[in-house]
Design a protein. Structure first.
Length: 134
């Protein structure tokens, strides 16, 4: 038995296919989904969603959103997402390094700057990690 997995952003459907297993970056940690999972709704953090089709793992960088699991359907509504296979690994590594440098240079009292730099760092890390499967 398989799961139907859909990843939908406001402007397009990023993924719509069958999978045997899904790992979601929920706000409380990694969440593994197999067939016949109990119904669940969860918030997603910025991170990497992975899914297994046959014996091959694939990754998607997700930038926050929600997931609903019900009747072997995993519906993921995201603000933004990017298939790992479409991300240039070298560019992603460089963006991560740049984001680390910006984060380390934010002034101690600049709370808004720290929040934005942290978000940019998480986004860059997710994109870099999504370039490799499990």
């Amino acid at each position: 038995m398989t799961l139907t997995v859909r990843v939908i952003s406001p402007d397009r459907v990023i993924l719509d296919q069958q999978a045997q297993e899904v790992i979601l970056p929920s706000t409380t940690g990694q969440l593994g989904i197999l067939t016949d999972h109990v119904p669940l709704m969860t918030a997603l953090d910025i991170g990497v969603m992975r899914y297994r089709d046959q014996n091959r793992w694939s990754a998607i960088a997700v930038l926050g959103g929600f997931a609903e699991i019900e009747n072997n359907e995993v519906t993921v509504l995201v603000n933004e997402a990017e298939l790992g296979a479409t991300i240039d690994p070298e560019q992603a590594r460089q963006e991560f390094t740049d984001a680390e440098n910006r984060f380390s240079r934010v002034a101690e009292g600049d709370k808004l700057g720290k929040i934005q730099a942290d978000r940019d760092l998480k986004r860059a890390r997710a994109r870099m990690q999504a370039t490799t499967a499990l």
